[in-house]
Design a protein around this ligand. Structure first.
Ligand code: 8BR
Ligand code: 8BR
Ligand code: GLC
Length: 453
């Protein structure tokens, strides 16, 4: 069948059944994204002012965290030069103040939880319970209308309210997102791809702060949900991970006891100790979502250096290397579903069969194209509108390879003990922004699959 036909059939089916998806728990990271579309002469002037040589040095090698303006500008330049995303924690108050004065063009919902809550609750109409570490008035105002709830205590009784109805005004957790388009020029550098650099001025999410309403009532919260998506573990370090990991393990135990499928949105985890620990607990998750850099970084800590290198060597990413890596990860951890996404195509390896896996990926690709095009998906018609975006041409060679290697047909192949699902994605030529597309893809596919079951 032609991909366009598969796309429209999948969209219709998922749309009709979204109402059947039960409550979804989303934990743990929510923040405010202050998005600045950077201007090249402004950036050049700022770099000259604080010392070009030093800034250039940090654009060769990222500092571990931001303690001076040179780190901030160097980090932005690091991302521009490679067309790669990166995120660093801002420790210094003067740098936080510098960013505040530099300003932003747009305030948007941020963090995997916040972005997914607005998409699932605000667009798909699925009930969600979200963990929001700090509910400031600004943070609350960024939630869409819809069945989005946070737990609160009233006379020591647990209640669920929309974040806008949460009484109290807590801190603003701001992440400054510096976005640039493909071809963006600074000095002699030119961005090979659109992307962003994130400067994280937030003391809660990086430490995986968990609210007491959540930790003290987790059983009761788990009793109310049918699915869970976990994220936000990526910023932990070997210094601070052990306490949050204990709590997360407790939560996973409670969810596992109730047989609630749990998805982990992996996200780039720079600390190797934490990454290893994450791989170690992956078997407690039903599903995991990741991109090529994240998969390669996992292969590295699993001692598979050669596969890691292969994953980063080609554009589009070599699908045979991806399948090899996914099989290693599935066999090594017992995770039942691995959803891989990259520029141009997605793959899902599952230890169960069915076309719903592929159809959910198609639905996710439409949501991703809508997000890329508009920056924010406002309603389900925006997702339908993405049908007009053309299917990525480069994906044909990927499909041919998979057909030759594994006998792929209509995007589905059988491997020993697993099913492989493939879809070519729709690529928006000039995306509005890049932040949050990965979250849109993973949550739409996970929820879409359950809608179709
Ligand atoms: P994309 O360009 O496809 O978005 O992927 C780049 C990857 O590099 C992302 O997964 C990004 O998060 C990751 N990355 C690298 Br490399 N260094 C990083 C860092 N210091 N902090 C966060 N992410 C980083
Ligand atoms: P990560 O941030 O987790 O890497 O997710 C980004 C994903 O967004 C990519 O894997 C790619 O599939 C998708 N994407 C990007 Br980046 N740019 C896109 C575009 N212009 N149109 C559609 N999807 C895009
Ligand atoms: C990370 C960032 C957050 C951003 C999100 C998008 O969680 O910290 O600012 O909104 O990624 O995926």
């Amino acid at each position: 069948m032609a991909w366009d036909d598969l796309y429209s059939a999948a969209f219709q089916r998922v749309r009709e059944r979204l109402g059947k998806v039960g409550n979804v728990l989303l934990a743990y990271n929510t923040n405010i994204d202050a998005i600045k579309y950077i201007d090249s002469s402004d950036l050049e002037a700022r770099i000259e002012k604080v010392g070009k040589e030093e800034v250039l040095q940090f654009s060769e090698e990222l500092p571990e965290r931001i303690t001076q303006v040179q780190h901030l500008l160097g980090g932005i330049l690091w991302s521009v030069r490679r067309g790669k995303a990166a995120e660093l924690f801002v420790e210094s108050c003067p740098v936080r103040f510098y960013m505040k004065r530099w300003g932003w063009d747009e305030l948007r919902m941020g963090g995997q939880v916040g972005i997914m809550a607005n998409l699932l609750g605000g667009v798909y109409g699925v009930q969600v319970i979200a963990h929001v570490p700090q509910i400031s008035r600004l943070q609350a105002s960024l939630f869409k209308e819809g069945p989005i709830y946070v737990p609160t205590l009233e006379n020591r009784k647990l209640k669920f309210v929309h974040p806008k109805d949460f009484a109290g005004d807590e801190e603003n957790l701001i992440h400054y997102i510096y976005e640039f388009p493909r071809g963006f020029r600074v000095f002699d550098f030119e961005a090979p791809r659109e992307n962003r650099f994130i400067a994280n001025a937030d003391d809660y999410n990086p430490n995986l702060y968990i609210r007491s309403e959540f930790s003290e009532n987790f059983e009761e919260i788990a009793d109310r949900v049918e699915l869970a998506i976990i994220s936000g573990l990526q910023a932990l370090t070997k210094e601070n991970y052990s306490e949050p990991f204990e709590e997360i393990n407790r939560h996973l135990g409670i969810l596992n006891d109730r047989e609630i499928p749990v998805h982990l949105e992996f996200a780039f985890t720079p600390d190797e100790t934490v990454r290893k620990k994450l791989v170690g607990i992956l078997g407690k998750f039903t599903s995991v979502g990741l991109n090529e850099v994240e998969l390669a970084s996992i292969m590295e800590v699993m001692g598979e250096k050669a596969i890691a290198e292969k994953l980063l060597a080609h554009d589009p990413v070599d699908p045979v290397a991806v399948v090899e890596a996914m099989l290693k990860l599935a066999d090594g951890t017992g995770v039942q579903r691995i959803h891989f996404h990259t520029y141009g195509y997605y793959l899902a390896l599952t230890n169960y069969e069915g076309e719903q896996v592929r159809d959910a990926l198609l639905f996710a690709a439409l949501a991703a194209a809508a997000k890329a095009k508009l920056g924010d998906v406002r309603n389900i018609d925006d997702v339908a509108g993405a049908m007009d975006v053309p299917v990525n041409e480069k994906a044909q060679e990927v499909e041919d390879v998979l057909t030759g290697e594994f006998g792929l047909k209509d995007g589905i192949a059988q491997l020993d003990g697993y099913q492989l699902a493939f879809v070519p994605t729709k690529i928006v030529e000039k995306p509005k922004s890049t932040v949050g597309i990965g979250d849109t893809i993973s949550s739409s596919a996970f929820i879409g699959e359950f809608a179709l079951r």
